[in-house]
Design a protein around this ligand. Structure first.
Ligand SMILES: [Fe+2]
Ligand SMILES: [Fe+2]
Length: 179
């Protein structure tokens, strides 16, 4: 069953990419991932609105696509935020005093757990409808938290040299031929 708290499209805020376009170029790799996740979250939302006969199959397709992204890129994205981005910020700000960062880290644990559960459900051919709907919403909200609160604070706090030093340590989603 579709969660009643899931907002309609009309109530969805404008894409967080409005903010991502203004990102410091060193953070573009992370924002590219965020864009990809927002597109997938919209696919989850859309899959929930199609006729019930095709609803479950569509959600399962999106669930499999999300899990593929998680394995290939999402897990690494979380690690880079935790191992590269936040330690750089922690040189300036005690992280336990930044509520948005604390929520970001709590989200990471919850999203990891949700992916774990979704993968188990897919492997056991259990229904994934509610699980993927909740995960889609979690991912959407998590991206908004980072793009609207966490990243702007980090950009405002780190020096230009510190921001530039992050770039080589962050993996791009789409690599050019030159890499
Ligand atoms: Fe994150
Ligand atoms: Fe992120």
């Amino acid at each position: 069953m579709w969660p009643t708290w899931w907002p309609t499209f009309a109530r969805w805020p404008k894409s967080s990419l409005t903010g991502a376009l203004k990102r410091h170029r060193s953070l573009h790799p992370l924002s590219e991932h965020h864009h990809h996740v927002l597109v997938q979250a919209l696919q989850v939302r859309r899959a929930g609105t199609i006729p019930p006969s095709r609803h479950a199959a569509a959600l399962e397709r999106v669930a499999r696509s999300l899990v593929r992204f998680w394995k290939k890129t999402g897990q690494k994205h979380f690690r880079e935020e935790e191992e590269v981005l936040l330690p750089a910020y922690a040189r300036h700000v005690p992280l336990n005093q930044d509520e948005a960062v604390m929520r970001m880290l709590a989200d990471h644990a919850s999203i990891r757990a949700a992916f774990h559960e979704l993968q188990a459900a897919l492997a056991e051919r259990r229904l994934v409808e509610e699980g993927v709907a909740i995960l889609g919403r979690m991912l959407h909200d998590h991206v908004r938290l980072e793009e609207e609160q966490v990243f702007p604070r980090i950009e405002a706090t780190l020096s230009e040299a510190e921001l530039l030093a992050l770039a080589p340590r962050l993996t791009r989603l789409y690599r050019t031929k030159k890499g």
